[in-house]
Ligand binder design. Structure first.
Ligand SMILES: NC(=O)c1ccc[n+]([C@@H]2O[C@H](COP(=O)([O-])OP(=O)(O)OC[C@H]3O[C@@H](n4cnc5c(N)ncnc54)[C@H](O)[C@@H]3O)[C@@H](O)[C@H]2O)c1
Length: 329
């Protein structure tokens, strides 16, 4: 998608597994790996929230392999890890409201599925496993900006599942010397994020509304703020974390841009890009949501040399173009 290199290694000698590779963030990671000549890129996905459309363009590439299966099955995870050097584990059920409606399935996928992947990756002796953690782990901690070691109580079943991932990561490091890296993403957005369905995220919803000339809903007064992160920055974090050579313990790092945008500001930016002037409709705040979020990204910079390149505005322009083009197809 972009021309920036985040690695110096020759990727052709390595095989990668991206779980959830048919999803939003996963398919963007796959795109980078294939573009820069990875020897093998295997995707494990059960297509529960991902789509074939997200990976269609990769299917003709001989380095690409698709394994349709579920991380809730340990044998499937073992099969997926056969011959793999590096793992980017993205498969999970996202969305706070989804986990409030169905905590059992979120827990099965995000906790039991995660543990299966951890055990299988440890046993397969992979060089590095990186996994998608979440800023929801900060829960009710009021501090801003968020620093990795100061967390509060989780505010949703989803947040619990993501925190449990980190606890397992820590214990596997201490008890089996298997050191993984958790990337605490802060509201990632960009091409291939699903704008449809009850659990769609705010940016694709806003962009869809703006492109259709409709008024969006804003939960609360619009002063809720987030550290919105363009997906290319999350791709960078995954590539750099997978290839990091000096990881000697479990690490958790914030992955964000490091800037706060309120929902009102976000809608203004998106309407400007789309060339519309429409007032949003305000409704009740959602349960489980935190009011403000902003990341301190200095640890990620130190541990994996993370340095986000694309700002929220640059990302919004790229994302809006992508949604405009995919609507016209
Ligand atoms: N998008 C964000 O802002 C954000 C923020 C914090 C954390 N995360 C985490 O990042 C990861 C990727 O999120 P995303 O936004 O790309 O979501 P997504 O829903 O687009 O991708 C998740 C992928 O995992 C697959 N999957 C789900 N359950 C599975 C199972 N049981 N077995 C195999 N595959 C399964 C889905 O089909 C989908 O392709 C998730 O772990 C999510 O919790 C995302």
């Amino acid at each position: 998608m972009y021309e920036t290199l985040y690695h110096t290694e020759d990727l052709s000698q390595y095989s990668f597994l991206v779980t959830g590779g048919a999803g939003f963030i996963g398919s963007n990671i796959v795109e980078y790996l294939l573009k820069y000549g990875a020897g093998k890129v295997r995707v494990l996905d059960n297509f529960s929230t991902g789509s074939h459309a997200n990976i269609e363009e990769f299917k003709a590439n001989p380095a690409f392999e698709l394994l349709e299966g579920d991380i809730r099955d340990l044998e499937t995870c073992r099969k997926a890890l056969n011959g793999i050097d590096y793992v980017s584990h993205q498969a999970a059920l996202g969305s706070v409201p989804r986990s409030i409606n169905d905590p059992i399935t979120s827990n099965d996928v995000n906790v039991s599925g995660f543990l299966n992947m951890l055990v299988a990756a440890r046993d397969a002796g992979v060089k590095q496993m990186v996994y998608a953690a979440s800023s929801s782990t900060y829960g009710d901690h009021p501090g801003l900006p968020k620093v990795e070691d100061k967390i509060g109580k989780p505010l949703s079943p989803y947040a619990i599942t993501k925190y449990v991932n980190e606890l397992y990561g820590d214990v596997f490091s201490k008890t089996y010397d298997f050191h993984t890296i958790g990337l605490r993403y802060f509201n990632v957005f960009g091409p291939k994020q699903n704008p449809k369905g009850p659990y769609a995220a705010v940016i694709p919803l806003f962009i869809e509304s703006a492109l259709k000339g409709e008024s969006p809903f804003i939960n609360g007064d619009g002063e809720t703020s987030r550290d919105f992160t363009f997906v290319e920055n999350a791709v960078q974090a995954n590539i750099k974390a997978m290839l990091a050579t000096d990881i000697t313990q479990h690490e958790v790092v914030n992955i964000a841009f490091g800037e706060r945008t309120t929902l009102n500001q976000l809608w203004n930016k998106i309407s400007e890009i789309a060339g519309v002037s429409i007032s949003p409709q305000y409704r009740e705040e959602r349960k489980g949501d935190v009011k403000h979020s902003l990341a301190d990204i200095s640890k990620a910079s130190r541990i994996i040399n993370y340095s986000p390149l694309l700002s929220v505005l640059e990302g919004l322009v790229i994302a809006a173009n992508w949604y405009r083009n995919s609507a016209s197809k």
